[in-house]
Write a protein that binds this ligand. Structure first.
Ligand SMILES: CC(=O)SCCNC(=O)CCNC(=O)[C@H](O)C(C)(C)COP(=O)(O)OP(=O)(O)OC[C@H]1O[C@@H](n2cnc3c(N)ncnc32)[C@H](O)[C@@H]1OP(=O)(O)O
Length: 436
């Protein structure tokens, strides 16, 4: 019977540019990834090199699965049938604490090679390698919500697509402090990065930005090199004159409407968030504003004079986490109370399986792995849950009481779920604006 190793070869490599051009392996990998996501692929050397440069900037490790046999007339041997990327960026786990997260992206398998275990091979191999290297947590953003739980990932942050009708004037109940100025998105880079750093430091759930995301957010470039000439930008300044928020946006006619689409809105203060919305609300000749990355717990709902102007078109999972090392992960985040809870964590991949006693005191947690006399995970834990559910409640983005009501978390000691809820309460809503 044919096996994975008989049919395929898995190669890991760093993206490379030689004499100004992406190497054939790098270019073939990029072509395969774009094909699978139905994205336009320009194979001119400059465009492919720009993409490779972004991958090199982020120190990405590429995985390609190559068919051992390629037939004449089909896609070439340099184009893998499976692609996978991993790289490291920080994740804010609360209280301004940043932890290295193992990010996974660009997971694709060519339609003609699907459901033969290629994703499983790439994913399980990569997670084991990340755990061996000491990563406490892995993360991804998913195209579909049904793929990754089997690998131990759980949705940890959420976002909303909102739309605001501007046929009636949009008014806020309060006015914010500071000023707003229009800006040139092509020169916004360093200021936007400083604003993002401040946002990242104060927002639990935020994942640091990567080069590809920056070029989408500040230049409107998904691939290639030419900035979108329709992109506009504005900056918010604090009363002291420090930039503390920015927005990039574009407008387009849709029938009789002019729709302003927010591309990126990043703020490091409450005034900046309200101030930039005041600006968006004041732009003439616009009938609707939309934004795909709004927070779940949106200040705007309360700040609008008429909250019915805001419509939630969609709400969905954003960042999925995978706890690789429960001791390191649970000790990294802060706690909102002093208490002890024992957790029995089940992990089908074996990476995080065990019983763990979490003791929080003075804001910090210490975690001990508990083993029974037979060497197996100790019995008698207060709470029992799958590692994917631990990922969902880890940052405090999903309430453990709600997860228990959904049947995903089981209480064995009365009061333990409430105790855990108190411990995990985040200081502010869990949210992020980086997709990868
Ligand atoms: C982090 C990211 O990059 S998100 C982007 C994901 N990629 C895409 O959406 C691109 C289009 N889709 C694809 O390329 C492929 O269908 C993939 C990558 C989703 C799946 O690749 P495959 O090699 O076919 O998956 P594989 O055969 O290894 O299946 C592994 C498991 O996932 C399940 N699975 C695979 N695809 C899906 C899916 N779309 N929805 C639900 N379950 C799925 C399989 O049933 C299998 O389950 P089991 O092992 O528990 O029985």
């Amino acid at each position: 019977m044919p096996s994975f190793d008989h049919d395929y070869e898995l190669r890991r490599f760093a993206p490379e540019i030689v004499d100004g051009a992406a190497t054939p392996a790098t270019a073939g990998w990029v072509a395969a990834e774009r094909l699978a996501f139905h994205e336009t692929h320009h194979d001119d050397p400059e465009t492919v090199a720009a993409e490779a440069r972004r991958m090199i900037t982020d120190d990405r490790e590429l995985t390609g699965v190559y068919a051992r046999e390629t037939r004449p007339g089909t896609l070439g041997a340099d184009q893998p049938v499976g692609t996978f990327v991993s790289f490291t960026k920080t994740l804010n786990v609360g209280g301004g604490r940043l932890v290295d997260a193992h990010l996974i992206s660009d997971v694709t398998v060519r339609p003609t090679h699907r459901r033969r275990g290629i994703l499983r091979r790439m994913m399980t191999g990569d997670l084991h390698r990340a755990a061996e290297r000491g990563a406490a947590v892995a993360a991804l953003t998913a195209t579909e919500a049904t793929i990754y739980r089997r690998f131990g990932f759980g949705p940890a942050t959420r976002q909303r697509t909102i739309s605001m009708s501007k046929r009636e004037p949009l008014k806020l109940l309060t006015s914010s402090r500071g000023t707003v100025e229009l800006a040139d998105p092509t020169t916004l880079g360093p200021v936007a990065e400083a604003v993002f750093d401040a946002f990242h430091a104060r927002t639990t759930g935020s994942v640091d930005r990567h080069a590809g995301h920056w070029s989408r957010m500040l230049a409107g470039v998904d691939y290639g090199t030419k900035p979108d000439p329709n992109l506009r930008a504005a900056l918010h300044f604090s009363p002291e004159g420090t930039p503390d928020g920015y927005v990039t946006y574009r407008s387009a006619e849709r029938g009789d409407d002019v729709v302003l689409t927010v591309v990126d809105l990043v703020t490091a203060s409450d005034d900046a968030y309200l101030g930039l919305w005041e600006l968006l609300a004041s732009i003439d000749l616009v009938t609707e504003i939309t934004w795909k990355a709004a927070p779940i717990d949106d200040v705007l709902v309360h700040a609008l004079a008429d909250n019915r102007h805001l419509t939630v078109a969609r709400e969905q999972d954003h960042v999925w986490l995978r706890i690789l090392d429960p001791v390191a992960a649970l000790e990294a985040r802060p706690y909102a109370a002093d208490a002890t809870v024992t957790l029995r964590v089940h992990d089908r991949l074996g990476l995080a399986d065990g019983t763990f006693r979490l003791t929080a005191s003075g804001g910090d947690g210490t975690v001990e792995r508990l083993v029974g006399p037979d060497g197996d995970p100790a019995q008698g834990a207060d709470v029992e849950l799958d590692v994917s559910v631990l990922a969902s409640c880890y940052l405090g983005g999903s309430d453990v009481v709600t997860l228990a009501a959904a049947g995903l978390l089981h209480e064995h000691a009365p009061g333990a779920v409430q105790r855990l809820r108190t411990l995990l309460t985040p200081e502010r809503s869990v949210y992020g604006v980086t997709s990868f």
